[in-house]
Design a protein around this ligand. Structure first.
Ligand code: THJ
Length: 103
């Protein structure tokens, strides 16, 4: 399985139509300063637990700063068995301009 790239508009549409999981791979300080609603901050320490304990049938959206490093991360999660994995183009830096931010 591979991942797909998704625009922020498409993320909004997807989240209107079904439940999704969102993982944010930015550093903890950046995450603490603001993140997408319901996002989980994932790093090398907690990734294995997350993979073990998360429903792999639910769409998984991977978010970073600008939508670049989320692509290899999305590929990794797809390889771990997640069925429907998306890398969000533009990343949190674009998301935060027009979308809800949780702290
Ligand atoms: O590579 S990144 O700046 O999109 S995290």
């Amino acid at each position: 399985m591979n991942f797909k790239r998704i625009t922020i508009e498409e993320v909004n549409r997807l989240q209107e139509s079904q439940a999704t999981n969102v993982i944010d791979i930015r550093d903890p300080q950046a995450f603490a300063a603001g993140h997408m609603p319901n996002a989980v901050n994932i790093n090398n320490q907690n990734a294995a637990d997350y993979i073990e304990n998360t429903d792999k049938e639910m769409p998984l959206i991977v978010v970073c700063y600008h939508g670049h490093s989320s692509q290899p991360a999305a590929r990794y999660f797809a390889a771990q068995g997640f069925k429907d994995v998306y890398s969000m183009d533009g990343g949190f830096e674009v998301w935060k301009l027009n979308n809800p931010v949780e702290v």
